[in-house]
Design a protein around this ligand. Sequence first.
Ligand code: MG
Length: 255
Amino acid sequence: MKKTFAALCLFSSAVLIAAFPSVQDRKADLQKWAIHDESRPLPPIVNPGPAGPPAPVPADAIVLFSGKDLSAWTNGKGEPAKWKVENGFMEAVKGTGSIQTKQGFGDCQLHVEFATPAEVFGTSQGRGNSGVFLMNTYEVQVLDGYDNKTYADGMAGAIYGQYPPLVNVCRKPGEWQSYDIVFRAPRFDKAGTLVRPARLTVFHNGILVQDNEELTGPTAHKARPPFAAHADKLPVSLQDHGNPTRFRNIWIRPL
Ligand code: MG
């Protein structure tokens, strides 16, 4: 009986390991999958608990959005950001384009709260899609990931096209959620050669979903391009992907 139990445990562990890789194996695992591979295993679903009020803002943080206006943002063409602001949140307006901070940032801790549309429409990547881009280049995917199947490397909390989140901790559509991101910018030497890749740690609703992952380069759709030298500081941007996803309480601490 004991032997059967032990064998069963071993078998279940083996199944789990096969189904989803350990943190240490993530880099090796990434190489095994084509970008947006539909057969790449999806992470387990974990209930993060209920949404709370906006998180407190630390004294040394730069507030990027307090709920009042988009004065810290532009449309990236030297014009004011055209997203809607009301009731303490901003909302992506289809066709107005992505928005970006006026200020540039490199290494940073970034706090972002978001809510995908309460009224559910669309499927897969067409449902609550937006994104938080570090340095305008490296996307942490924003998506309605509650009962919405999509490819693993495009889920909410994914480093888009590269790393699925370790767990799926999405709240229901319309509920407030948070990302706490620690970003280490890539380093290039004077000749523009990559010295150190970018790294990302992400907590989604307070739960670790990316553990100091080493990026392969800029995030992209159907492509994993290599790093290309860029400035030490670049804007944080939020994606207009055609869905009215909302944001509130955004602040950053340069590191
Ligand atoms: Mg996106």
